[in-house]
Structures are given as structure tokens and as C-alpha cells.
Ligand binder design. Structure first.
Ligand code: CTP
Ligand code: CA
Length: 236
């Protein structure tokens, strides 16, 4: 087997990739979470490292076997483990302060409980559950895109869409690209076994204006390499 010669087009570049899904505590034993496996984010981190980048992976609740893929070997990534959206935001902004590229591949909880008691919430037999009041989390990607922690920093996001009565997957992705202000948005269809937890993916790459600039499908690694190709073109 002849190993492909990796291009080193990201040599000397610092990149930050967030992966996984954030969890918001309801009480000390329960949380609100999502089904992101983190595999696409980890594939992005590994691909960038293989292309010569200095990579920090901000890992939100990744399974141990997924994290193990990036912490060892000659092209190891630095890993910062986080749980909540607040922790993810701090870690991404701190590592992102001197990064050339920030990729938000994590599935970030949109809302968190307004209050988190220190003690476990008890059920009172015969009485229904108390409602959980939620508040909105900051939009980390939109903040990064609008503030720019560094001039010339390339900011990349994902848009997981199902499509619904008000629009197709691509239409929702296009609206999101314009709203976020990122340089690139990778739109992928999720639901019915697509996107989450599988080893393949299919994405359409949009620029900040919502125009299609690329398409990639295949293994998460192939999708990752297509995304880095698009990023490399944007780097100064
Ligand atoms: N994202 C983020 N901070 C949030 C929510 C999302 O940084 N609070 C990022 C995700 O990491 C992803 C992109 O924004 O790169 C799109 O996430 P998505 O959940 O698809 O978009 P939302 O803006 O949250 O819209 P909605 O969930 O309503 O579709
Ligand atoms: Ca969301």
C-alpha cells in the first residue's frame, strides 16, 4: 500500500477545531445534550494536522475512543476538554486568539437552564414535573465571525439542517450563512440516520453570502480534506 503524500499546505498555521456536543446541566446529575458524535470535527483536526497545521481540538463530551485518535502519534493535536457551552466558548476564544483558522464543528446547545441547583432535583410523588426555564446561549460562531479575534482569521461553521415546510436544507443553510457572517459554512443534511454518528458525510460549502463554493461527500476524512482545500484558498 502506497500512502498518499500529504500536502503540507497548512504548515505553520494554527487552527482550532471544536467538536462534539455541549451539555447544559439541569442539576448535578442531569443535562440537556445532543447526538453529535464529534467524528466530523475529529476528522477535521486529524486532516489539518496531517497537512502540517498546529491543531487545538476543543472537545465537548467526546467518547474516549474518538479523542484517542488525535492525542497520540507524530501529528498529535492539543486537546482541551469541555462540557458546557460556556466552557466551549472560553476554550475556543482563548485558543482562537492567535489562530489562523477557527472551525466550529461542535453541536452547541442553543439553550441552557436558567438556573442550575446545587442539589439533585427530587420528584414529589403524585405531583407533575416542574418546568425547566431555558435561556439562550451566546452564538459562538457569529461572535467569532463578527468580532474577528485576529485580522485575516478564517472562520468556518457548520449548518446541520433537516429542511422543513419553510425551506429546503440548502435554503436554510444559505440563510444561516448570511446570518452568521462566517467565511465558510458547511451545510449538511441531518436526521433519518444522516450526519450524526455515521462515518460518511455530505456537505455543500457556502461562502458568507450564501453562494455555493464547493461540494464534498464521502468519508468524514474526505469531507474534511475538501473543507481544508477551501480554507487554504482563503488564507493570506
Ligand atoms: N453555533 C455556535 N453557537 C451556538 C449555536 C451554534 O457557535 N450557540 C455554531 C455551530 O457550531 C455551527 C453553526 O453555529 O457551526 C450552526 O449551528 P446550528 O445549530 O446549525 O445553527 P443555529 O444558529 O443554532 O440555528 P438552528 O439550530 O436554529 O438551526
Ligand atoms: Ca442550533
Amino acid at each position: 500500500v502506497v500512502e498518499p503524500v500529504e500536502t503540507q499546505d497548512l504548515a505553520g498555521r494554527r487552527v482550532v477545531v471544536s467538536a462534539g456536543g455541549t451539555r447544559e446541566a439541569i442539576d448535578p446529575v442531569r443535562f440537556i445534550g445532543n447526538r453529535s458524535s464529534g467524528r466530523q470535527g475529529v476528522a477535521l483536526a486529524r486532516a489539518a494536522a496531517a497537512r502540517g497545521a498546529d491543531v487545538t481540538l476543543v472537545a465537548a463530551n467526546l467518547a474516549q475512543d474518538v479523542t484517542d485518535q488525535v492525542v497520540s502519534g507524530p501529528r498529535a493535536c492539543s486537546v482541551v476538554r469541555v462540557e458546557s457551552t460556556a466552557e466551549l466558548r472560553e476554550a475556543v476564544r482563548s485558543a482562537g486568539a492567535d489562530a489562523d483558522v477557527v472551525v466550529m464543528a461542535a453541536a452547541v446547545a442553543d439553550f441552557r437552564p436558567a438556573v442550575t441547583p446545587d442539589a439533585k432535583i427530587k420528584k414529589v410523588p403524585g405531583q407533575g414535573p416542574a418546568p425547566i426555564e431555558l435561556v439562550e446561549n451566546p452564538d459562538i460562531l457569529a461572535e467569532l465571525a463578527h468580532e474577528r479575534l485576529r485580522p485575516d482569521q478564517v472562520v468556518v461553521g457548520f449548518a446541520a439542517e433537516t429542511g422543513d415546510a419553510s425551506g429546503s436544507v440548502l435554503e436554510h443553510g444559505r440563510a444561516k450563512a448570511r446570518r452568521k457572517g462566517a467565511d465558510l459554512i458547511a451545510v449538511n443534511a441531518v436526521g433519518s440516520g444522516r450526519g450524526f454518528g455515521t462515518d460518511s458525510n455530505e456537505v455543500t460549502l457556502l461562502d458568507g453570502a450564501g453562494d455555493v463554493v464547493g461540494q464534498a461527500s464521502g468519508s468524514k476524512r474526505e469531507v474534511a480534506d475538501a473543507l481544508w482545500d477551501a480554507v487554504a484558498k482563503l488564507l493570506p
